[in-house]
Ligand binder design. Structure first.
Ligand code: ADP
Ligand code: MG
Length: 652
C-alpha cells in the first residue's frame, strides 16, 4: 500500500515536471491528453474491471462532459469553478439515466444498450444546434482562475492536480465498502445479494461514479483541445477506452495510466515508420530476452513462448520491409490487440504483477503482522458476534422464528417443493435432510428470495418474506452459505468477510472520498470484527489469501464467517460438511455449536448423518419435494418412510 503511494507520488511529480523539462507544446499536450484519458479510465475501470460490466457508452459520457463546458461557456460565460463540478454532476446524471434501465440487463444486452446510448448522444449533439452549434463545433478558450487566464502550462498543471485528486478519490472509493461491493458483485452476484449488497443498486452506483469521472475528463478535454465537435465522441473512441483497460490491465490505476499512454501514443507511433521500426525491434528484443529468462528459470514452457517470439520477430522484420505504414496501421493495431487478449489476459500491469509475485509474499507477511497486532489489541474472539445480547432478549418474544406454510415451488411441471410446512424454533439447530434432488437447496433459495415460491406463505419474525429481494431478506436477518461455494474469488478472505459487514457502514460517497472520521471509525470497527470472525472459524492466519486460492474446506468455513458477518438471527447452511475431511468435520460441528450458543438459529442441510444426529434439535425430511417426516433426530432416524426414501434413493 505504502509502496504504491510512493510510486504514484513519484509519477505525479514526474508528470508535473514535464513542462519544465520540455517547452515543446506538442509533448506537453500529449502528456496532458494521457492524463485526461487516465481520469476517464479510472472511472471506466470501476465498471469494467471491478463490477465486470461492459460499457460502450463512455465516449458519449465523455462528450457530455465536454459539451457541458461548451454550452456553459457559450451561453452563460460560466467560470471554471462552476463548470468543472457541473460537468461532473450533469454527466453523472446522464449516467444514472442510462444505468437505471440498462443495468437491469447484462452481457451483450448491456453492451447494445450502452452502444445505443453513445450513438444517441452523438446524434443529439449534432442535431441540437441551438445548444451545441451542431457539426460546426464550439471554440473554447483556456479558462480563467480568479481573473487570470491560464496559459498552456498553467492548464497542464491544473490537469495534473485533477489527476492527483481523481487518483486519491478513486483509490479511497475502491478500498472502501463501496469498492468491495463493486468487486463482490462481479465475483458472485447471488452471494452479494444474499450478503445484503444489492447487485443492481451497486451496479448503478458504480456506473454513476464512473460517469462522473468521464464528465470531469470530458470537461478538461474541451479546455485542452480548445475546440469540440460531435464526431470526436464516436464509437471508435469508446472501443479505444475499453482497449486501454484491457491492455493496461484492469483493477489497477497504473494499468489505466499505461492504457491511456498506449491509446494516445500508439496512433502517433503507427504514423511514423522510423519510430515503428525502432519500437518493433525493441519489443522483439525484450520478448526474446524475457522468453529466454523464463525458459531458464522454468517459469514458461517452450510452447508458450514460441508464438510470441516468432510473432514479434516477424513483426520486426516486416517493419523493415515496409515502405509505408499508413495502409497497415489498423492491421498492426488489430494484431496487437489479439496478442494482448491471448497472452496478457490481465493486461500488461497484471502480467508484471505476476512476475513480481515475490513482492506480494512480502506484503502478505506485513498483513499478517497487522493481523497479529489486531489480535494483541483485541485479545478475544468474542467480538466476532455483536447481536447476541439483543437476539437473546428477542428470543423471549416468540418461539417460532421462521414459519413456512404450504410452500410450493414449481419449475415447469416439476414440483421441486410440494406443499411443505416448516416451523423453525428460535435457538435451535433445525436439520433438513433428504436424498439428492429432494428440494432442500430449493427450499433455501425460496427462503432467501432467490426464487419466489409459486404458492405458500413464509414468515420470518412474524413478517412475510415473499416479495422481498434477496438483499432485503439478508438485511432482515437471514444469512446463508451455498452448496456450491459462492465466494468472491479475487478478493482476500478478509475482504470477503468485510462484504458481509457491508451493512455496518453508514458512510456515503462523500465520507469515503474525504476519508471522514465517521468512515474511519466504521472501517476500523469492521476490520476488527472481520479479523475476529476469521479467527472464530480458524482462518485468522489466512486473512490476506485470495479466496479462490484457499483449500475447499477452508472456503466453506470462510463462507460461514462471511454469513456471520451479517449478524443474522437465522443462518442457513447448505451442506457445509460436503468435501470436508473427518477432522475438519469435527471442527465444523464445534463451530456450529458455538454459533447456536450465540443465540443464532440454524437450518442445516447435511448428508452426513452423524453430523445431523449429533447437533440437530429437530430434523425435517424431504423426499421428492414433500415433507415425509419430522421430529427428534432419533425418531426420524428410525422412521420407516425415511429409511425407505434413503434406501430407494441409493438403490436408484
Ligand atoms: P437438493 O438440494 O435436495 O439436492 P435441489 O433443491 O437442488 O435438491 O433440487 C430439487 C429439484 O428441483 C431437482 O429435481 C432439481 O433439478 C430441480 N431444480 C432446482 N432448481 C431448479 C431450477 N432453477 N430450474 C429447474 N429445476 C430446478
Ligand atoms: Mg442441494
Amino acid at each position: 500500500m505504502k509502496k504504491s503511494f510512493i510510486f504514484a507520488l513519484i509519477a505525479l511529480i514526474g508528470a508535473a515536471l514535464v513542462p519544465l523539462i520540455t517547452p515543446n507544446p506538442y509533448y506537453i499536450h500529449l502528456v496532458e491528453t494521457i492524463m485526461i484519458y487516465s481520469i476517464l479510465l479510472f472511472g471506466l475501470d470501476i465498471v469494467v474491471g471491478y463490477t465486470g460490466q461492459v460499457s460502450l457508452g463512455h465516449s458519449g459520457l465523455f462528450g457530455i462532459g465536454a459539451y457541458t463546458v461548451g454550452v456553459m461557456f457559450m451561453k452563460f460565460a460560466a467560470p471554471l469553478w462552476l463548470i468543472l463540478p457541473a460537468s461532473i454532476f450533469i454527466t453523472a446524471f446522464f449516467g444514472a439515466i442510462l444505468a437505471l434501465p440498462a443495468l437491469k440487463v447484462s452481457g451483450p444486452y448491456l453492451a447494445m444498450v450502452t452502444l445505443a446510448f453513445g450513438t444517441i448522444i452523438q446524434i443529439l449533439i449534432n442535431e441540437m444546434t441551438f445548444l451545441t452549434e451542431g457539426p460546426l463545433g464550439v471554440k473554447i478558450p483556456k479558462p480563467q482562475i480568479a481573473g487570470i487566464k491560464l496559459d498552456d502550462r498553467d492548464f497542464y498543471w491544473l490537469v495534473c492536480a485533477m489527476l492527483a485528486l481523481s487518483l486519491l478519490v478513486v483509490h479511497r472509493i475502491l478500498r472502501s465498502h463501496l469498492g468491495r461491493a463493486f468487486e463482490a458483485l462481479r465475483g458472485s452476484p447471488v452471494a452479494s445479494d444474499c450478503m445484503g449488497v444489492s447487485v443492481y443498486r451497486y451496479k448503478v452506483y458504480a456506473f454513476v461514479i464512473s460517469a462522473g469521472f468521464a464528465g470531469l475528463a470530458g470537461s478538461l478535454y474541451a479546455y485542452s483541445e480548445q475546440y469540440i465537435s460531435p464526431n470526436t465522441y464516436n464509437f471508435e473512441l469508446t472501443v479505444l477506452f475499453l482497449l486501454a483497460i484491457i491492455m493496461g490491465g484492469r483493477k489497477t490505476r497504473s494499468g489505466a495510466i499505461l492504457g491511456a499512454t498506449i491509446i494516445v501514443l500508439l496512433p502517433k507511433l503507427l504514423d511514423d515508420i522510423e519510430i515503428f521500426r525502432i519500437v518493433a525491434t525493441i519489443a522483439c528484443a525484450l520478448i526474446v530476452i524475457g522468453a529466454v529468462i523464463g525458459l531458464i528459470k522454468k517459469w514458461l514452457t517452450f510452447n508458450s513462448v514460441l508464438v510470441p517470439v516468432i510473432g514479434t520477430f516477424c513483426l520486426a522484420v516486416f517493419s523493415y520491409q515496409l515502405e509505408n505504414i499508413t495502409d497497415w496501421r489498423l492491421s498492426i493495431f488489430g494484431l496487437m490487440i489479439l496478442f494482448v487478449v491471448y497472452y496478457l489476459q490481465d493486461g500488461i500491469i497484471g502480467f508484471m504483477n505476476k512476475l513480481l509475485s515475490a513482492q506480494r509474499v512480502l506484503s502478505e507477511q506485513q498483513d499478517l503482522k497487522l493481523h497479529q497486532d489486531h489480535l494483541a489489541q483485541e485479545g478475544n474472539k468474542e467480538n466476532a458476534f455483536e447481536r447476541s445480547a439483543e437476539a437473546s432478549s428477542a428470543s423471549e418474544q416468540s418461539t417460532e422464528l421462521l414459519v413456512a406454510k404450504e410452500v410450493l415451488m414449481q419449475f415447469g411441471g416439476l414440483k421441486a417443493i410440494n406443499m411443505v410446512d416448516l416451523r423453525v424454533k428460535r435457538g435451535e439447530i433445525h436439520g433438513l435432510i433428504g436424498p439428492n434432488g429432494s428440494g432442500k437447496s430449493t427450499m433455501m433459495n425460496v427462503l432467501t428470495g432467490i426464487y419466489t415460491p409459486t404458492a405458500g406463505q413464509i414468515d420470518f419474525k412474524g413478517q412475510t418474506v415473499i416479495g422481498k429481494t434477496s438483499s432485503e431478506i439478508a438485511l432482515s436477518g437471514i444469512a446463508r452459505t451455498f452448496q456450491n461455494v459462492q465466494l468472491f474469488g479475487e478478493m482476500t478472505a478478509l475482504q470477503n468477510v468485510l462484504v458481509g459487514l457491508h451493512h455496518t457502514f453508514k458512510s456515503n460517497l462523500l465520507d469515503v472520498a474525504l476519508a471522514s472520521s465517521r468512515y474511519k471509525r466504521e472501517d476500523d470497527h469492521a476490520t476488527h470484527r472481520a479479523y475476529a470472525l476469521l479467527d472464530f472459524v480458524g482462518l485468522g492466519s489466512l486473512a490476506s489469501e485470495q479466496a479462490r486460492n484457499l483449500p475447499y474446506g477452508k472456503q466453506r468455513l470462510l463462507e460461514i464467517a462471511r454469513a456471520l458477518a451479517l449478524d443474522p438471527e437465522l443462518l442457513l447452511l447448505d451442506e457445509p460438511a460436503a468435501g470436508l475431511t473427518a477432522p475438519d468435520i469435527k471442527e465444523l460441528i464445534a463451530i456450529i455449536r458455538k454459533i447456536r450458543d450465540h443465540h443464532i438459529t440454524v437450518i442445516l442441510i447435511e448428508h452426513h448423518m452423524d453430523v445431523v444426529m449429533s447437533i440437530c434439535n429437530t430434523v425435517s425430511v424431504l423426499d421428492f419435494g414433500q415433507k415425509i417426516a419430522e421430529g427428534k433426530p432419533l425418531d426420524v432416524q428410525s422412521n420407516e418412510k425415511v429409511i425407505e426414501a434413503y434406501l430407494g434413493g441409493s438403490a436408484a
